[in-house]
Structures are given as structure tokens and as C-alpha cells.
Design a protein around this ligand. Structure first.
Ligand code: GUN
Ligand code: FE
Length: 454
């Protein structure tokens, strides 16, 4: 009798802890009807041969070819889905000007449902093809189009956490792009939450509504209060931008006399299910508040190179017990790939540690103990993301979802430099993380279902 829906045989890499990536060589991954990893069996386990004998001729059995490896699917904790339409452009000016010159105009076009669906189909497919199995999305202020994004995630099999963006403050938003008023913003958000919860019942992988005040400047006190209450009432996720740039951080200090973290907390917006993007300017007390409330930081290393006016001290925040994941921040970050963001996270951290001004003596240039390793950056994109959203994802372990990318290292046009048949698996892992391109991502699975192949 066959107990499992699928059995996969192959070598996998998965974080054991922030610093340690475990290699599971030639293991069997036994997947149940719910798409969860029910058992992982090592080659020296007694059951190994029994399972092989039972399954290996069945279509439920999948053996990786030589040169192929499993990685956990990536968890992108911060994507502006509508901004996919301008990804790779418009990065020449600071945040405030960028929002008003490029981003609010493009987002306002999502009142057109056909245009919205077009872009959203494309961004969800693109992220899947880049190995992103779970994404935490900002949509736009438009309720219908935001629901269309949730629908598209449901249909394509991606685990989408989706927010209708709220921005009702006439002082900081343009007339052509804002919620009609605070009451409408709250009513639309509640309808959106209920509709996505209904939709979720029809999916295997889950889609989730997210309460989404864009950031403090674009919201009135009334709406921020109301959104905190709605999140508590419906037990939803919350996402926003927090202490991102000098301008934004300064604006909040001027309006409330405190940092974003404490201001957001006053409105009930820091909870176990909150994810705050950027957080470059958190001070020690802010970080403690994040750790106490279970609020996660989403590190957006590519975007931060353009808008942050600083490099976030990730290593220091991690050591304070703050949950941290990784985000592309499309289109503040130009790349839809979390591989690219893992690479940038490592590089930015090294620049923070070493400093950048060659006119200063070496010992005065940087911030000591700031660098993170490739393993730590990979952790942020996988296990750290899973912890941030409190879901059993991001690790290839029993009782975690079968969310994986199958990496093919021998693609003709994107061949990895693997010449030694006995190459150490940790080295192979590093080559994969630094060198993989979408061409190398052969299959992507979410919750035990194949959602992409090439
Ligand atoms: N702050 C408010 N809105 C945005 C946005 O769309 N992108 C980034 N990077 N920061 C923001
Ligand atoms: Fe953002």
C-alpha cells in the first residue's frame, strides 16, 4: 500500500540554524496528500530500501538526475506587485521624489482591472520562475485589483500574502491616488480581508490577507488606529515600511516625537504577524520592541542601496533576537530574484563592516562585526522568512511544506563550474547560491504541487 502522494530522492540543502546549512545527501522526502513533508529518510535508514522497492516504478516517485539539487523555495517578504511594471527603471532620485514622480502615477493605473491582471499574472509567474514560492505583496489602493492579485496567486499555486494598500492622508498623497477617505479605506480593507479568507478555502497552499498601511506618512491617525483594530479583529498579517530613509524616519519623528517602531506600536500595528520592510534606522529600544512583539524585519538589500541612505546592521539585529527575512522590494529593488538579494545582502554587510571611504584609516572606516555569511543570507531568504510569517515553510524538514526549487547545474547556457565529481557539497551549495540564474531553476513546487517547470 502506498502511504505517500510523492517521494522525491535527491540531495538537498536546508538551513539548520542561521550559520549552518545542512546537506541531506541522497535522502528520500516523503510527501503526504496535504503537500507536507511527512518523513525524511537517510540512505542508511532501514526503511530506505523498503520505500525504494515500493515506489521506484511508480509515477509518484521522482529521482533527481546527476547535477540536480533541492533548495527550499524562497520567501520574498516584500514585493510591490504593481511596481513590476517599472522594474529596472526610475532609480535615479530619492524615495520621496521617486514615489511622487514615478510610483504613485504607475500604481494609480491599477484602477484599470485588465491592466492590473496583465501585470499581476506576469509578476507572479516571474517570481515562481525565480524560485519564490511564498510572497508578501503590496498591491495598490484598489480593492478589486488587489483581489485579482490574490486570485492569481491562488490560481498559479503561489502562497501569496496580499495587502490592499491604504493611503488616505491628503497631505502626503496626490489627489489622483489615495483612498476616498478613512472610512472607505477601512471598509474596503475589511471587505478585502473577508474575500481573501473565502478565497483561501479553495486553495491548497493558502493565500492570506494582509493589513497594509503603506507607511506612516501616507496614513492619517484615524486610519492607522482602525487598521490596528481590524488586524486584531480578524487576526491578520500586517505589513508596512518602517524607518526606511532619512526623510521618512525624520517625518515620523516630527509628527509623533518618536521613532516609527513606537508610533506603529501605539496604533496596534506591531504584532506577532507583522512584517516591517527596511528598518534601517531602528535603535536598540526599537529592536527590543520588535523582539518583544514578535514583529519581523524584512531586509531589502538591493532597494536599500538606492533609498536607505544607510546599510542596515543585520548581524546586530539578529543577535538581539529580532526575526528577519529577505525582500526584493520590487521596484525599489530592480531584481525579482532572491538569489540576487542574498548576494547583495552579503556584499552590503561587508561594505558596512569594512567601510567605504578610502580617505579614512582602515580601522575608522566601518562598523565592526557587521558582515554576514552566505549561509546567513540564505537563512534570511528561507527559514528566516518562514519564521517571520509563522508558517512551516523555508526548511526541508519533517512537518514543513514541500516548497522547493529543483536546481539543474548542467544547463548548457548556464552551466555551473563543477568539474570535480567528488566536490564538497558545501562548495556546490555556495556555487549554486552565487551563480544560479533562472535558467537553472528546472522545477518549482509549492505545497506538494508542481507550479513551474522549464
Ligand atoms: N515607502 C512608501 N512606499 C514605498 C515604496 O513603494 N517603496 C519603498 N521602497 N519605500 C516606500
Ligand atoms: Fe517597499
Amino acid at each position: 500500500m502506498k502511504t505517500y502522494t510523492h517521494i522525491f530522492q535527491g540531495t538537498a540543502f536546508s538551513s539548520k540554524s542561521p550559520k549552518v546549512v545542512q546537506t541531506l545527501k541522497d535522502h528520500l522526502f516523503c510527501i503526504n496528500a496535504g503537500g507536507m513533508i511527512e518523513k525524511i529518510i537517510a540512505p542508511d535508514d532501514y526503511d530506505y530500501q523498503v520505500l525504494l522497492d515500493t515506489y521506484q516504478d511508480d509515477e509518484s516517485f521522482h529521482r533527481l538526475a546527476d547535477g540536480q539539487y533541492f533548495l527550499p523555495g524562497f520567501i520574498d517578504l516584500h514585493v510591490h506587485a504593481p511596481q513590476w511594471a517599472q522594474a529596472g527603471t526610475a532609480l535615479d532620485i530619492p524615495l520621496y521624489d521617486w514615489l511622487n514622480t514615478y510610483t504613485f502615477p504607475i500604481e494609480s493605473k491599477f484602477s484599470d482591472l485588465d491592466f492590473a491582471k496583465n501585470v499581476y499574472q506576469d509578476v507572479v509567474s516571474t517570481l515562481l520562475a525565480n524560485g519564490t514560492t511564498t510572497a508578501l505583496y503590496f498591491a495598490t489602493v484598489h480593492k478589486e485589483a488587489s483581489l485579482a492579485l490574490a486570485d492569481i496567486c491562488a490560481e498559479k499555486g503561489q502562497r501569496g500574502l496580499v495587502g490592499k494598500v491604504v493611503m488616505d492622508n491628503p497631505d502626503q498623497t496626490p489627489d489622483y491616488y489615495r483612498d476616498a477617505d478613512s472610512e472607505t479605506a477601512l471598509a474596503d480593507t475589511e471587505e478585502f480581508i473577508l474575500a481573501v479568507k473565502e478565497l483561501a478555502k479553495k486553495t491548497k497552499q493558502g493565500v492570506y490577507p494582509v493589513v497594509t498601511p503603506r507607511f506612516i506618512p501616507s496614513c492619517t491617525d484615524e486610519v492607522l488606529n482602525g487598521l490596528g483594530a481590524l488586524a486584531a479583529k480578524h487576526d491578520t498579517y500586517i505589513q508596512s515600511h518602517c524607518s526606511e530613509s532619512d526623510w521618512e524616519h525624520g517625518y515620523v519623528r516630527e509628527r509623533f516625537g518618536k521613532n516609527d517602531a513606537f508610533a506603529l506600536h501605539d496604533f496596534g500595528l506591531l504584532r506577532k504577524k507583522s512584517v516591517m520592510a527596511h528598518c534601517n534606522f531602528l535603535d536598540d529600544r526599537d529592536a527590543e520592541l520588535f523582539a518583544e512583539t514578535g514583529t519581523a524585519v524584512c531586509h531589502c538589500p538591493i532597494s536599500n542601496a538606492y533609498f536607505a541612505n544607510s546599510v542596515i546592521p543585520i548581524a546586530q539585529l539578529h543577535s538581539k533576537g529580532v526575526e528577519i527575512g529577505l525582500g526584493s522590494d520590487i521596484s525599489g529593488g530592480f531584481s525579482p530574484s532572491l538569489f540576487d538579494n542574498v548576494r547583495q545582502a552579503v556584499m552590503s554587510s561587508r561594505m558596512l563592516e569594512d567601510g567605504v571611504n578610502p580617505a579614512l584609516p582602515a580601522e575608522e572606516r566601518g562598523v565592526p562585526h557587521s558582515r554576514i555569511t552566505l549561509n546567513e543570507a540564505f537563512y534570511l531568504a528561507t527559514a528566516g522568512g518562514g519564521e517571520s510569517v509563522s508558517l512551516p515553510i523555508g526548511r526541508l524538514e519533517e512537518n514543513y511544506a514541500w516548497d522547493v526549487q529543483v536546481i539543474e547545474t548542467r544547463v548548457a547556457a548556464a552551466k555551473l563550474p563543477l568539474y570535480d565529481a567528488n566536490e564538497n557539497l558545501q562548495d556546490i551549495f555556495q556555487k549554486i547560491i552565487y551563480l544560479v540564474r533562472p535558467e537553472n531553476i528546472r522545477e518549482v513546487w509549492v505545497q506538494g504541487e508542481k507550479v513551474h517547470s522549464r
